[in-house]
Design a protein around this ligand. Structure first.
Ligand SMILES: [Zn+2]
Length: 322
């Protein structure tokens, strides 16, 4: 596991762990789980040819509560990956069920809810259940390895009965951010002021800005993006991770994969859209909020990006280079 909970409730990532600074008991990152964890530092494996990254480990899977969102149940994962592999061979659609709590209001019972993709023909798909961002990354890796691009093209993500192709679910390019922003904008005229503008959950790579890294408190901001609009207008999209106090320190200065529901504040979006329509030659700022309610929603990006990124072939998805 890449995360653990300290006695004071703070969550610490494995590469942040420091025995002196984080003295005391280590518990499973799931706040509803009481499993004890121990730190295993980075080490060389396979005859010193590979590095096994630092992690937190528990003695036994049975130490965790049955619906723990943090531990890796290798037997279940292996079984689900086998069924994905079989499904790919048979040309079936792969449905990745997001059985994850992504909002404050999602109750605990829903953790066990298995969503069924209602729009798909029965027998034409296989499903796998994901309770954390690690699970999704793991499944995507399997699909890419076993089925390549055609496999990924046949993969959809299901959240509460609604599905989205995995290529739209993963926001890993500026164009995809632009598409998401445009999609949220189309909701402004229809929505009422009482609700934020939200969309299907997405998987993003959230990198804290230099300012966020430097400061000890304040907003946790990710890489901003500038979009050129009509008549000399520009929108600077500011990304903000809305996190509870126990993750503020954890995510400050980090490079993480996050699964969260993207949100624009209604009043703010309406004002920006109004100014875009009415005036020219302005720079407008807009906050995109990514709400994080649990540690299962984020995981550190493990492999450092190469200095020079190989250019993907036209039409080829990068999927964070998994
Ligand atoms: Zn646990």
């Amino acid at each position: 596991m890449k995360k653990a909970r300290l006695a004071d409730g703070q969550v610490v990532l494995a590469h942040q762990y420091n025995k002196e600074a984080h003295a005391g008991e280590l518990l499973c990152a799931d706040p509803g789980c009481t499993a004890h964890m121990v730190f295993r530092k980075e080490s060389l494996t396979h005859g010193a040819s590979a590095v096994r990254s630092a992690a937190f480990v528990s003695k036994a899977v049975s130490d965790h509560v049955a619906n723990c969102t943090a531990h890796e149940d290798f037997a279940i994962m292996a079984r689900q990956k086998k069924s994905i592999e079989q499904g790919l061979k048979e040309g079936k659609t792969i449905v990745l069920n997001l059985n994850m709590n992504l909002t404050d209001t999602f109750n605990n019972v829903a953790r066990d809810l298995v969503c069924v993709a209602s729009t798909l023909e029965k027998g034409n798909y296989v499903t796998a259940s994901a309770k954390s961002v690690e699970d999704i990354l793991d499944y995507m890796k399997t699909i890419e390895e076993k089925g390549g691009q055609p496999g990924l093209d046949k993969t959809v993500v299901n959240y509460k009965g609604k599905t989205m192709p995995v290529k739209d679910f993963v926001i890993d390019t500026k164009d995809k951010y632009r598409d998401l922003l445009n999609k949220l904008y189309t909701k402004v005229d229809k929505a009422g002021p009482e609700s934020d503008l939200a969309d299907f959950p997405r998987l993003i790579n959230f990198k804290a800005t230099q300012n966020t890294k430097k400061s000890e408190k304040g907003a946790i901001r990710g890489t901003p993006m500038t979009f050129v609009k009509d008549r000399g207008n520009r929108i600077v999209l500011l990304q903000k991770a809305d996190v509870p106090a126990e993750f503020e320190k954890t995510l400050r200065g980090e490079n993480v994969h996050v699964i969260a529901i993207p949100k624009l504040n209604y009043g703010e979006a309406k004002a920006v859209l109004g100014r875009l329509r009415a005036q020219a030659d302005q720079v407008l700022y807009l906050n995109m909020h990514w709400k994080v309610v649990g540690a299962h929603q984020f995981t550190p990006v493990e492999t450092p990006e190469p200095a020079v990124k190989p250019k993907p072939e036209p039409g080829q998805q990068t999927m964070f280079g998994l």
